[in-house]
Design a protein. Structure first.
Length: 132
């Protein structure tokens, strides 16, 4: 049966260096998809550098809703702007940062219901452990 998922129902993830809300996932009843809305703030002097993470066994597809940024991955650096889609293969280390004067807003799609169990992300000592 089809279902509408509202932003108000999304789970706040508390990931380092970004605001991340999980809209759809196995915990909400999907079998093979997770959808996250991510906002990466404009970098300021003294803000901690983002660290790479990877997803073992599944890909990530990132759609840029607004802003501009750069994804740094094992395979290179990718400039992003609104309307772009970036595909990250399984296991490739990557991180994304905002490069404009406004936050970077992304929709991140994963072809699994449980992203956290196969994601490796370093956690900063100043940030409490978070669910990936």
């Amino acid at each position: 049966m089809a279902r509408i998922f509202t932003q108000a129902e999304a789970t706040q993830l508390g990931l380092p260096g970004r605001k991340s809300m999980e809209i759809l996932s196995g915990k909400k009843g999907t079998h093979s998809v997770t959808l996250r809305l991510v906002e990466i703030p404009v970098a300021t002097a003294g803000s901690p550098a983002r660290q790479p993470h990877s997803h073992s066994g599944f890909e990530e597809c990132i759609f840029v809703l607004s802003g501009s940024g750069v994804t740094v991955a094992d395979s290179g650096e990718y400039q992003l702007k609104a309307g772009d889609t970036l595909w990250i293969p399984a296991g490739e280390k990557h991180y994304t940062r905002s490069s404009g004067d406004a936050p970077l807003q992304l929709l991140c799609f994963f072809p699994v219901g449980d992203v956290a169990s196969a994601t490796s992300e370093p956690i900063s000592a100043s940030v409490p452990p978070a669910r990936l």
